[in-house]
Write a protein that binds this ligand. Structure first.
Ligand SMILES: C[S@@+](CC[C@H](N)C(=O)[O-])C[C@H]1O[C@@H](n2cnc3c(N)ncnc32)[C@H](O)[C@@H]1O
Length: 461
């Protein structure tokens, strides 16, 4: 039992928070450690340990203890994502929206880095849906794109824009998730250092920033579209008060999401508009603090995305495309395009959306980067190795043991590996691709990206 020192006035400030039980809350912070949870990648089934299921997310699992994820090759292969359990509730909201709507969806995750909720949304989408994962802070974009690359789908675009840049895309998105920057009290148990940043003044600043972000992004929501709002704060000012403001300022109605009482989630309603919100408190749920709500735009107006023209005039280079196609499963389902020297592919149905987004946003990842063509050969990109679209039968594969896989991921010499075949090879562990290597007569060139390599030393066996 640890004696936890919350910031001054923190507990008092929550006296108006729906369902807040100070005793239970303090006890959970003192006595129960934060559970470790992972979410399995449905597209990369692998022999991962699965513990007890997270009640609101079938792909989420509580682990009995925290293993070393860094030294698990399947973690690097994108077979699962380590994610806090309460955050997985967004999957439950998406399931509701799906049950109401069987159209194809254009989804924006506005505040996306490091990508936990983007990978969660991606698992719930079909290949004819499109996900745009945006992050405003440039230095946070690489962790987002790395996580999306590991997850593997080809129907994701990542951008690095300010919310107000989306003003150029009026009515474009059917679903917008705003997982807003917040005062972070929901993470106090997992990350006690977050307490140093907390103050009532900061809660107010966060509230103002949340309103600004929402006002900037609202025009990009399609008529009848859904806005999902979430924070990891317990403060009413950042949650129910923001819902009241949204319902006052914009044409939005609150959506009630059905939940199972046994899950321990607190259903709240805002003072003025009685908008529904879902609160997660440690001590009531097996997870950290979260607030989530779903609203729908009541006007069917908003610009029609088909008003936007794809002005992309890149002429197809059929010779190069024919060279690429053998590397891709169901190759005719993709649109192939060039950025600089590299070839990329995205699901054919997203060609127009891609062209529009290329005009209006600063794109950092579009579908899957396949690689460049040198003479008659493809110099394959890391994204292709980890993607779901690669035709593994078209390439050499080298299966690695756990020890060899860790050496490969560290860019060390791979012990006891003497392959007979030569050339580009997909390096795999348990049949899951980790990246590329070039097998040469007297050495192996490791193409695992330097910036993604494992830096820590492996534990002694
Ligand atoms: C709560 S985190 C997002 C976590 C992410 N959704 C996930 O599940 O992994 C909030 C994100 O908002 C970004 N952010 C900060 N200020 C912002 C602003 N003014 N507008 C939009 N996003 C902002 C932060 O960089 C951060 O990545």
């Amino acid at each position: 039992m640890s004696n936890i020192q919350f910031p001054a006035n923190f507990i008092n400030s929550l006296s108006n928070a729906p369902g807040f039980d100070a005793q239970k809350f303090i006890a959970a912070h003192q006595n129960s450690p934060s559970p470790t949870t992972i979410r399995a990648n449905p597209y990369k089934p692998a022999p991962i340990y699965k513990g007890v299921q997270v009640p609101w997310c079938p792909e989420g699992f509580y682990l009995a203890e925290r293993p070393s994820f860094t030294f698990d090759p399947l973690f690097h292969a994108g077979c699962y994502y380590v994610q806090e359990a309460s955050s997985m509730f967004i999957a439950h909201i998406l399931q509701y929206i799906r049950s109401e709507n069987d159209d194809t969806l254009k989804v924006l995750d506005l505040c996306a880095a490091p990508g936990g909720k983007s990978t969660l949304l991606s698992s719930a989408l079909n290949s004819d849906d499109l996900l745009v994962a945006n992050e405003i802070i440039k230095t946070r974009v690489p962790i987002l794109t790395d996580n999306l690359t590991k997850w593997g789908p080809s129907n994701i675009i990542a951008s690095n824009n300010d919310p107000k840049d989306f003003n150029r895309l009026k009515g474009f998105f059917d679903i917008i998730l705003v997982d807003a920057p917040c005062s972070g009290s929901g993470m106090f148990r997992k990350d006690p250092d977050a307490m140093n940043e907390w103050s009532e003044a900061n809660v107010n600043l966060c509230h103002q920033r949340q309103e600004r972000i929402l006002a900037d992004i609202y025009p990009a929501l399609a008529g009848d579209g859904y806005l999902i709002y979430s924070t990891c704060s317990y403060s009413v000012a950042e949650n129910e008060a923001v819902l009241d403001w949204l319902c006052t300022e914009f044409d939005l109605e609150s959506i009630r999401i059905s939940i199972n009482k046994e899950w321990g989630i607190v259903e709240s309603q805002s003072d003025r508009h009685k908008a529904w919100g879902y609160r997660f408190y440690p001590g009531k749920v097996q997870g950290e603090g979260l607030f989530a709500a779903c609203l729908r735009k009541t006007t069917a107006t908003g610009s029609n995305p088909s008003n936007y023209k794809n002005k992309n005039t890149q002429k197809p280079d059929y010779k190069s495309i024919d060279l690429l196609k053998p590397y891709i499963k169901d190759a005719d389902n993709y649109y192939y395009f060039k950025v600089g020297d590299d070839w990329l592919a995205i699901d054919r149905e997203h060609k127009d959306a891609l062209g529009i987004l290329q005009q209006h946003l600063y794109l950092k990842k579009s579908g899957v980067r396949l690689g460049s063509i040198a003479g008659k050969d493809l110099v394959p990109d890391h994204e292709l190795a980890l993607s779901l679209i690669i035709n593994k039968d078209a390439v050499l594969q080298t299966g690695l043991t756990r020890e060899q896989a860790i050496a490969y991921l560290r860019r060390d010499n791979i012990p006891d590996l003497d392959p007979t075949e030569k050339g580009w090879s997909l390096m795999t562990f348990e049949n899951q691709p980790l990246g590329w290597a070039k097998l040469l007569p007297n050495r192996i060139n490791n193409y695992y990206p330097k910036e993604m390599r494992i830096l820590a030393s492996p534990p002694a066996l």
